[in-house]
Each structure stands twice: as structure tokens, then as C-alpha cells.
Design a protein around this ligand. Structure first.
Ligand code: NAD
Length: 319
């Protein structure tokens, strides 16, 4: 147990935002910030540290862990912990914490914004107007109101999307085999028992699953063909959930009216020529990149650290 915040030494990766470094200093302990993602530099600096805060670029390998005899926690603001050797941490009793809940509203708002942009041809008409073309009568949009919005993955982000889509008067259905019936009912969302059922019924499909061996390729060529002709697909989850090639084909041959991607099979995407398809909107993985998400992530991690390190009262529940 660590009673005194002055005793705690924190190492921050090079890309940890300065505001987070400042808050860690104010609330947890002393902070050293790395100047590169180089393993040698990490190993040199981590020897006497209790906490290592990383984003996605620094690798927390078994070798790094072996050189960190005092390490108690690896903290990752945000979601992905693929860069952390969790087995090596577990063997040493080092806790790995993250803050997926910090960006739920940010990702959900982008998802809904992309849907509206697709249905109203915002980017196409904007690009034409910038070239001098007044395409007022060329593009007729559609409303979210009255559409069936299918949510795949009813976790933090999926549920927030459901709330916003309902406020826009969409008829929301969701597919998630790991969520209890009452959780759909509590949100006033219809449950689809099979993915096919959701794909066949929805005018707008948005994806909010985690990436794992079951969800990789979940939206295959076959699944895309099961979607209604003229439907829209939005992926702000993980790129590998969708067969990207099959999606580009379905956009080009008119099976789908439009799609929006914030995430890609490889990032940055290698085949940028496909991104020029007119009815595709693409953003560079910005779903969680808001000032508010970074502030939330900082405060959530600080509360979790205070609980683990037993500093003061910490957060009473939930963390
Ligand atoms: P979450 O864990 O709260 O929810 C994920 C849901 O997926 C869970 O309810 C789970 O039961 C469900 N699920 C798992 N396997 C499934 C399957 N085979 N079929 C249907 N549902 C299944 O996660 P979250 O915080 O809501 O994040 C959702 C996704 O958004 C993740 O992939 C995450 O990496 C991604 N994300 C993207 C950004 C971005 O910047 N675009 C930011 C944050 C999160």
C-alpha cells in the first residue's frame, strides 16, 4: 500500500498529453516524461517507477517489465492495450488499466454526424459548391427520422448511439449476443436475435463491436449483400470488422447508398484510391479525439490509480 503521493514515481510515454502529465503531477506523484518510444530509453527510465502511462506507440514488452522491479500499474488513456504484454504484467501482478468509457459520447456523436452527412450529401454538395457548382436540386437528402437504425455491438458506444438516434426519431434495433434482454428493454431498443435479421431490416447500420476473433470480418461480403439495397453502413469501431474490399464493391455497384469509415484494415489505409468513391465519407480515426474525451480519460485514470495505489478516498464506486 502507498499512503503518500510523494512516494509515487510515474513514467509517461512521449505522447502523453501535457495536461495529463500536469494532472498526474498534481494528484498522484512525481512524473518523468520520455523523449522517444525507444525500448532502451524506456528500460533506463522505468527501473524505479511505480506507474507507466502509455498511449499506443510505446511498447510495454516482457523485456521492459523485466527491468521494472517496482512497477505496479500500466495505465493507458483510451481503449487499445495491444501494445502492452498483458501476460508479462499478470505474471508480475502488475495491473493494466484503461479508460474506454471516456470517449463513448465522442465516438457516438461522430457516428451520428457521419450518418447525417451521408444522408444529406453534405460532403459532395460542399465540394461542388467550393468548385462553384450550386447543386441544390441535384441532391435530395433523406432524414434519420423514420429510418430503422441497426446497432451492432450494444456496449458503451452502441448504447449512446441508440439514445441519440432515438432522439432523432429513428426506430432502433440492436444485435449483441452478450447483453441481457432487459438492457435492450431498458433503453427502449428492439433486440435482433441474429445479425442477419438486423442487416435485412436496417436502413442505417452502425458498428460498435470490439475486435476479436469472432468479430474480425463479421461484416463480410455475404453480410453486406444481406443489407437492404440503398442502406448505409458506418464503421467507427475497428477496421478489420468489415471486409473493406467487399464494401467498396457494394458502394461502386450501388447496392449500398453510402458508407462512412473512421477506421481501416490497416492504418493509415494503403489503398487510398478506393477512398475517392463519391458515396464514401472517410475520417482518420478521430472518433475518440475530442478535448472532452482526453479530459475524461485523465480523470478516470487518476481515479483508478488513486484506488489501486490507495491514495486518499478515491472514487467510491464503479472504478
Ligand atoms: P464495449 O466493450 O463497451 O462494447 C462492445 C460490445 O460489443 C459489447 O457489448 C460486446 O458484448 C459486443 N460484442 C462482442 N462480440 C460481439 C459480436 N460477435 N456480435 C455483436 N456484439 C458483440 O466497447 P465500446 O467502448 O462501446 O467500443 C466499441 C468499439 O469502438 C470498439 O471496437 C472500440 O475499439 C471502438 N472505439 C473506436 C474509437 C474511435 O476513435 N473510432 C474510439 C473508442 C472506441
Amino acid at each position: 500500500m502507498m499512503e503518500n503521493k510523494g512516494e509515487i514515481r510515474i513514467l509517461c510515454a512521449q505522447d502523453v498529453p501535457p495536461d495529463m502529465v500536469r494532472r498526474l503531477q498534481e494528484t498522484i506523484g512525481s512524473v518523468e516524461v520520455l523523449t522517444s518510444h525507444d525500448e532502451g530509453e524506456i528500460i533506463k527510465a522505468i527501473q524505479d517507477k511505480h506507474v507507466f502511462v502509455v498511449r499506443s506507440k510505446s511498447k510495454v514488452t516482457a523485456n521492459v517489465i523485466a527491468h521494472a522491479p517496482q512497477l505496479k500499474v500500466v495505465a493507458r488513456p483510451g481503449v487499445g492495450t495491444d501494445n502492452i504484454d498483458k501476460k508479462a504484467c499478470e505474471e508480475r501482478g502488475i495491473q493494466v488499466i484503461n479508460s474506454p468509457e471516456a470517449s463513448a459520447s465522442s465516438v457516438a456523436e461522430l457516428t451520428v454526424g457521419l450518418a447525417i452527412a451521408l444522408l444529406r450529401h453534405v460532403y459532395t454538395t460542399c465540394a461542388l459548391l467550393k468548385q462553384g457548382e450550386w447543386a441544390k436540386s441535384k441532391y435530395t437528402g433523406r432524414t434519420v427520422e423514420g429510418k430503422v437504425w441497426g446497432i451492432v455491438g450494444f456496449g458503451s458506444i452502441g448504447r449512446r448511439v441508440a439514445e441519440i438516434a432515438q432522439a432523432l426519431r429513428a426506430d432502433v434495433i440492436a444485435y449483441d449476443p452478450y447483453v441481457k434482454d432487459e438492457e435492450f428493454a431498458n433503453k427502449g431498443v428492439k433486440r435482433a436475435l441474429r445479425l442477419d435479421e438486423l442487416l435485412e431490416k436496417s436502413d442505417i447500420v452502425s458498428l460498435h463491436v470490439v475486435l476479436n476473433k469472432d468479430t474480425e470480418g463479421l461484416i463480410s461480403a455475404e453480410a453486406i449483400r444481406k443489407m437492404k439495397k440503398g442502406a448505409y453502413l458506418i464503421n467507427t469501431s475497428r477496421g478489420k470488422v468489415v471486409d473493406q474490399k467487399a464494401l467498396f464493391q457494394a458502394l461502386s455497384d450501388g447496392h449500398l447508398a453510402g458508407a462512412a469509415l473512421d477506421v481501416y484494415e490497416t492504418e493509415p489505409p494503403t489503398d487510398v484510391s478506393c477512398l475517392t468513391i463519391e458515396n464514401l465519407i472517410c475520417t482518420p480515426h478521430i472518433g475518440g479525439s475530442t478535448e472532452e474525451a482526453f479530459i475524461n480519460a485523465t480523470e478516470i485514470l487518476i481515479n483508478k490509480l488513486r484506488m489501486i495505489l490507495r491514495l486518499g478516498e478515491g472514487m467510491p464506486i464503479g472504478y
